[in-house]
Design a protein around this ligand. Sequence first.
Ligand code: SF4
Ligand code: SF4
Length: 77
Amino acid sequence: MPGVTIDKNHCKGCELCVKVCPQQILAMSKQISIRGYFYAEMIDSSRCIGCRICAIVCPDVAIEVHVNGTVFSLFEY
Ligand code: SF4
Ligand code: SF4
């Protein structure tokens, strides 16, 4: 099953991933990260289709997508 991992401490809370997810399964947290931002989080991983759009738009490369055992990470810090 596809899924994503969001590194909340790299997220700057821009909400781009929340807006573009075709499944509308990402949302902003009600808590802040150590950087002082509200961060994106998964709210219903069972509906993720592994499209990777969230990872592609993230300007902070905070999202990894897992599809069929493969991890798609666009950039390593
Ligand atoms: S991989 Fe696609 S469906 Fe899954 S959270 Fe990202 S944008 Fe949404
Ligand atoms: S696109 Fe990246 S930086 Fe922006 S809210 Fe989503 S995870 Fe955070």
